[in-house]
Every structure is written in structure tokens, then in C-alpha cells.
Design a protein around this ligand. Structure first.
Ligand code: 6PG
Length: 252
């Protein structure tokens, strides 16, 4: 795996702008090289500013873009906790992605059935066999929890052990909201061409230092298990989140 790229911005606002630029760059290259752009969006609250900045950008062929969620809370789309709801409000309602190319998780199903359904829809969208290797997203956006989780791969959860399914489900971790989740698994994350973590705020500084400095431990610190076999990882972090990183790993 290539060494991760660290990009440190002065604050959260600049993180959002830099992340939007990064996404446009990856998207334009994907459409140029492969005729479409496949992206898995991160949940939580950090990406909201990035999605809002992205909504105002030109340079992405939205008509060639296919949008999935890296994970979802098992709540209706109009629930404030919905990751799809966040993406819709901040980005998808403003960027003309054809509706048939926007793929929310079916939160009307049971978590287990929703995970099976989501993987099957990925296979169709990527035009790959559902029993083969995971689809290769051009870009996967991820956040980092203060406990080192990413997507809905929580520390010591069974989902972190999943080595075959592309998508699985998980009971809630110790962080809110206390709802079941559907999440992509490490096989899918590690098949990606490009992963971008978005990390903001001093509250993430300790988790970020552990994930970047300690030996990888996908069970204890799931974000450290994101090591694409043929892809790149970029950490877009603001100075507050980077405050505990040693000089050599504090990025450019
Ligand atoms: C989720 C997210 C999760 C999130 C981190 C960081 O559904 O909870 O996908 O992985 O990215 O918990 O969340 P914040 O950006 O809100 O700190």
C-alpha cells in the first residue's frame, strides 16, 4: 500500500473547500479514464460542509456520476440521523445526478436484508458478478470516530471481521446514534482506487494520532484497517485534528 497522503488545512472551512477540489479532481479523472465516476459518500456531520462546497463546483460530470453511501443508519431518510438525508440536503438536491444513479440504502428492510440488497444493487450498478471480488469505487469518502471507527465499522465489532461480503450490518457502536447500521466492509473499502478521510476538530486529534502512528489494528482501530491493495489514501485534516501529530506525520 502506498503511504497515505496528509493534507492539513487551517480550519474546517478550508478543509471543506480542499476536499471539494479533491473530489472534483478524482471525478474528472474517472470520467475521462473510465466514462463514469463512482463515489461512496461518508456519513456523520463532518462531510456536510464538503458536500455543500461540492454542490457549487463545476468540473464534475454529474450525469456520469453514481452515488452510494459508505454506511447508513437504519432510520428513514427524513430522520436527522440519516446519512442519505444529509447527502440529499447538502449535495444531491443541488447536483443533477440522475435519480437512477443515486443509491440510498433501503432502510425499510431489516439491517441484514438491507445489506444483502445493497450489495446486489452495487453489483448491478458496477456491472460485476455479485459473487466475485468487490466493486472498485473511484472514490470512497470516510470519517473518523473518536473511537477510531470508520463507516460503521466499530471497534471489536463483528463487521470488522467480515472478509467476504461487500456490505454487512452492525448493531450500534458506543457512539450515538444508537441505531443499527448498514456498512461497506473492509474488502470493499480496500478495493477502492482512492479513499479520502475527512477529519476535523481537536476532538479527533487523539484518535487520528493513534490511527496514523500506532501499528494497524483493524479490530481495535477500524480506520487503520483501510489499506487499499491497489489504491491511495488521503487524509484531509484541519489543524485542530492534526494538533497531536508529530512533525514528520503532520503532512503538507
Ligand atoms: C456514521 C459515519 C461515521 C462518521 C464518524 C465521524 O454513520 O456515523 O459514517 O463513520 O464518519 O462517526 O462522524 P462526525 O463527522 O460526525 O464526527
Amino acid at each position: 500500500m502506498m503511504a497515505p497522503q496528509l493534507i492539513v488545512t487551517a480550519d474546517a472551512a478550508q478543509l471543506a473547500e480542499r476536499a471539494a477540489d479533491f473530489i472534483v479532481e478524482v471525478g474528472a479523472a474517472a470520467v475521462r479514464d473510465r466514462g463514469r465516476f463512482t463515489i461512496a459518500l461518508a456519513g456523520g456531520s463532518t462531510p456536510a460542509a464538503t458536500y455543500a462546497a461540492l454542490a457549487g463546483r463545476t468540473g464534475i460530470d454529474w450525469g456520469a456520476t453514481h452515488v452510494f453511501l459508505g454506511d447508513e443508519r437504519m432510520v428513514p431518510a427524513d430522520d436527522p440521523a440519516s446519512n442519505f438525508g444529509l447527502a440529499r440536503r447538502t449535495l444531491l438536491d443541488h447536483g443533477p445526478v440522475p435519480p437512477e444513479q443515486v443509491h440510498p440504502v433501503r432502510t425499510d428492510l431489516s439491517p441484514a436484508a438491507a445489506a444483502v440488497d445493497y450489495a446486489a444493487r452495487m453489483a448491478v450498478a458496477f456491472e460485476v458478478p455479485s459473487d466475485g471480488p468487490p466493486p472498485r469505487f473511484d472514490l470512497v469518502l470516510l470519517g473518523l470516530g473518536v473511537d477510531g471507527h470508520t463507516a460503521s465499522l466499530f471497534p471489536h465489532a463483528a463487521a470488522t471481521e467480515e472478509s467476504r461480503a461487500w456490505v454487512t450490518w452492525s448493531p450500534p457502536g458506543r457512539l450515538p446514534p444508537p441505531v443499527d447500521r448498514v456498512t461497506v466492509t473492509f474488502p470493499t473499502l480496500n478495493a477502492a482506487r482512492q479513499v479520502v478521510f475527512l477529519v476535523s476538530g481537536s476532538g479527533k486529534a487523539s484518535a487520528l494520532r493513534q490511527v496514523l502512528s500506532a501499528p494497524p489494528d483493524p479490530s481495535a482501530r477500524p480506520a487503520s484497517g483501510v489499506r487499499p491493495t491497489d489504491g491511495a489514501v488521503a487524509w484531509l485534516i484541519d489543524e485542530s485534528a492534526a494538533s497531536l501529530l508529530a512533525g514528520d506525520s503532520a503532512g503538507n
